[in-house]
Design a protein around this ligand. Structure first.
Ligand code: CA
Length: 283
């Protein structure tokens, strides 16, 4: 049985992986990569033997930091759950770039808490609900989707999430995820399940489906979308919500908690930001 892990796959590509897109600034010292189009995904790229040595040192620092700070995301999620439904100001994971912002909610309704998570999406120009879904899936290494392209539109067969954050995710039977966690086929399978019982995966075609809801802003009620995600044109401040409807009994997404970046990505971002600030102060 094959276990998929986007993070592990991407690590095998190092800094040359398609997933990592950088804005690289030149310093008098070694180069430091800054996060690019994929939001919180970041990495340190250093040339030559000195670079490899410093990268190793950085990884050791990160591992130690994760050991000491690993409880922070869980506490943050717990606080949000205590304080009530999260709004757009609570988004912790942003994908895409631009001045417009929208929110994506996915509610697996599977009894694994938190069932409902939210992400933010930024864009310029025109973007659809499908653009947001794909961009967020590609940006979040814990998020996966199985889609079908038909003549009448794009179907969302399955959505999954490495809920326990153990860097291991797979579904059985495998739909053929690419390196960014997206699978395309015309073979929906209602019996497809997550290999890791602690992870989210719901897929439906004959016994259930992913119901699609939209709203103009976080204070408006959810309404069932009259169009598919590929034809849904986003507006600034709008929300898209997906909730799995077992037995074709659909209801709007429940209160969501913010999805959080992987601890490794978070710590790397903090380290990158600290180094960036240090260099700016010295320059
Ligand atoms: Ca997992």
């Amino acid at each position: 049985m094959r276990i998929y892990s986007k993070s592990a796959f991407l690590r095998s590509f190092g800094c040359g992986g398609r997933r990592f897109r950088f804005t690289v600034r030149r310093f008098s010292g070694p180069r430091l990569a800054r996060p690019g189009l994929v939001g919180l995904q970041t990495c340190i790229c250093l040339p030559g033997a000195v670079g490899r040595f410093m990268e190793t040192e950085a990884k050791l620092m990160i591992k130690e930091a994760i050991k000491r700070l690993g409880w922070i995301p869980a506490v943050a999620v717990g606080l949000v759950q205590e304080l009530g439904a999260a709004g757009s100001d609570d988004v912790q994971f942003w994908a895409g770039h631009g001045t417009n912002r929208a929110v994506l909610v996915i509610d697996w309704a599977d009894g694994l808490g938190p069932e409902s998570l939210l992400w933010g999406y930024r864009w310029n120009g025109t973007a659809t609900g499908l653009d947001m879904l794909l961009t967020v899936v590609r940006a979040d290494s814990r998020l996966y989707c199985h889609l079908g392209q038909y003549g009448w539109g794009t179907a969302v067969f399955g959505l999954g999430y490495d809920l326990d954050g153990d860097d291991s995710f797979g579904v059985n039977p495998a739909p053929g995820f690419d390196a960014e966690g997206v699978a395309w086929s015309l073979s929906p399978n209602d019996s497809r399940v997550a290999v890791d019982a602690d992870d989210h995966w719901r897929e439906g075609w004959n016994t259930g489906y992913w119901a699609y809801y939209v709203r103009a802003d976080e204070n408006s009620p959810w309404t069932s979308s009259m169009v598919g995600a590929a034809d849904r044109v986003l507006t600034a401040g709008s929300w898209d919500g997906w909730r799995f409807a077992s037995g074709f009994v659909a209801s709007p997404p429940g209160s969501a908690v913010p999805a959080v970046p992987e601890p490794t990505a978070l710590v790397l971002l903090l380290l990158g930001g600290s180094w960036w600030s240090y260099r700016r102060l010295r320059s």
